[in-house]
Design a protein around this ligand. Structure first.
Ligand SMILES: CC(C)(COP(=O)(O)OP(=O)(O)OC[C@H]1O[C@@H](n2cnc3c(N)ncnc32)[C@H](O)[C@@H]1OP(=O)(O)O)[C@@H](O)C(=O)NCCC(=O)NCCS
Length: 181
């Protein structure tokens, strides 16, 4: 975490910088970035939406971000995952739950504890007793991180329209655990 500061961020004002981070971390092309831009701005306008970002203390650039919002069963994401959760008797996780919508860290800054810090700090401010998210199904640094934070699989595989790969929906009770000292 040397040379990096993590703090709340008015992400709507920095949406292009955030999407540039996501494009590098997650591999988005320009067309996907343009589509995501509208979606992110719509999410950030919702009640309770908030974001945290990691910035380099020397040059000031954004190196990671997370944003999320209280789940709303009327939102697209919730309506897609709901039948999968219901089939596993996990439908109740959609109520009183804080959704982690995006979490990304630039490749050169990964594996330094920034992702863990971002998701822990944003969920610490949630008033909901639990958090849910979706991640590409399979083993990945993201899935590893979420598991170590107490997120467990609620449904998988989950198919989002137009997404080429299946996802897993995961949920954790809040607050997220701290790593052992
Ligand atoms: C997922 C992501 C945000 C994690 O951020 P990060 O800053 O690297 O995470 P941390 O440094 O806090 O590490 C968290 C855990 O993941 C592990 N990890 C991080 N990068 C890893 C890598 N490349 N390979 C294997 N494990 C890795 C760390 O070892 C750590 O585990 P540990 O605490 O048991 O040692 C980051 O890897 C990323 O941006 N990935 C690409 C985009 C993505 O998949 N986003 C999530 C979408 S659901």
């Amino acid at each position: 975490m040397e040379n990096v500061v993590v703090r709340p961020c008015a992400l709507a004002e920095h949406v292009d910088e955030a999407l540039a981070v996501q494009a590098k971390a997650f591999g988005l092309g320009p067309e996907e970035v343009a589509i995501r831009r509208q979606i992110v701005l719509r999410h950030l306008a919702c009640a309770g939406a908030r974001a945290w970002a990691a910035h380099h203390t020397v040059d000031g650039r954004m190196v990671g971000f997370v944003y999320g919002l209280p789940n709303d069963r009327g939102h697209w994401w919730s309506s897609v995952v709901q039948p999968y959760l219901r089939a596993q008797d996990n439908d109740g996780w959609l109520d009183d739950s804080f959704v982690i919508t995006e979490l990304h860290v630039l490749p050169d800054f990964q594996a330094r504890g920034i992702g863990r810090r971002l998701i822990t700090e944003i969920t610490d401010t949630a008033t909901e007793p639990r958090s849910i998210l979706s991640a590409i199904d399979g083993e990945s640094p993201a899935r590893h991180l979420y598991r170590t934070l107490g997120y467990r699989d609620l449904a998988r595989p989950v198919h989002f329209p137009s997404a080429p790969r299946p996802y897993a929906v995961m949920g954790a009770h809040l607050p997220l655990p701290r790593p052992p000292a």
